[in-house]
Design a protein around this ligand. Sequence first.
Ligand code: ADP
Ligand code: F6P
Length: 319
Amino acid sequence: MKTIGVLTSGGDAPGMNAAIRAVVRSAIYHNCKVYGIEQGYEGLINAKFKEMNLSSVADIVHRGGTVLRTARSEEFKTEEGQKKAKNVLDVFGIDGLVVIGGDGSIAGAQKLNEIGIATIGVPGTIDNDLEYTDYAIGFDTAINTVVDAISKIRDTSSSHGRVNIVEVMGRHCGDIALYCGLAGGAESIIVPEIPHDIDDVCRKIIRGKNRGKLHSLILMAEGAGSAVEVAKKIEEKTSTETRATILGHIQRGGNPTAFDRILSSKLAAKAVELLLDDRKGLTVGIKCNEIVAVEIEKALSMEKQLDMVTYDLAGILSI
Ligand code: ADP
Ligand code: F6P
């Protein structure tokens, strides 16, 4: 019988609970013992382990957040911290580990592989900033939350004839801004990957106004600068009242969408299957609707590219 551990790490993402449930239930189905590790790598170093059973993951498939909680751990980034983590895993007889988190968490998983702990990564981050997978857990829920918010902002934008600029998450990656800009009919989308020209943004606003448009929505990723600053410039250059809204952590919470629950379940079950096949050093994902497993080193060396086809389409549809 194998013993498997599971932890969530880094920024939380809706769907992490569905992934934990799938790890626990599929491991038990295959006669494994499973430990839930609380608070990511911090809890791993400090042996915050609890044995999981079928009931431990009841009633969580639909909940946001993570029942195992999450953390960022500076200590785990050091060799010393990683050795401590390995020692604890050895004491509990854990043969394999599933790490659910973003690129940092998956980089941490690879460190454990290098020192002899079979570890598989599961991508969980609303930023969707991992090139090797089309979707990470949480992204779909986050974009639905944002689209709901911008529909509301559009109402007030029309009532007042204002420009509304909405800042969304994405430190290095414009996916949330891009997909929500397209889905929400934004006039302009400002992302970190592409330098923006404020005069282009203003020209679009003025053209829209001149043909009788009442609202003007701009989606901006946090990594592209400050929405408040951009709002000031727009107001100056277009003489149109402009408001900035920073959506913030509302994007990280809420019940996961059906898409995220299904994705989480499939990815996490695949991670367990790989550990049972004595595989390690891999991270799972979805590419062209297929569940894939990619070597962590290769996956993390791939630079995230903005989907230019979608970006250009959003530009065409917002002329
Ligand atoms: P995310 O997983 O959401 O990208 P972070 O980048 O904050 O979030 O990473 C989460 C945790 O993963 C960090 O606090 C740290 O403990 C661990 N981690 C990140 N990068 C590395 C690394 N290069 N080596 C070892 N551990 C890492
Ligand atoms: O990595 C996901 C993310 O939501 C980023 O978009 C954001 O910048 C960051 O986490 C904020 O993280 P926290 O508030 O947890 O430090």
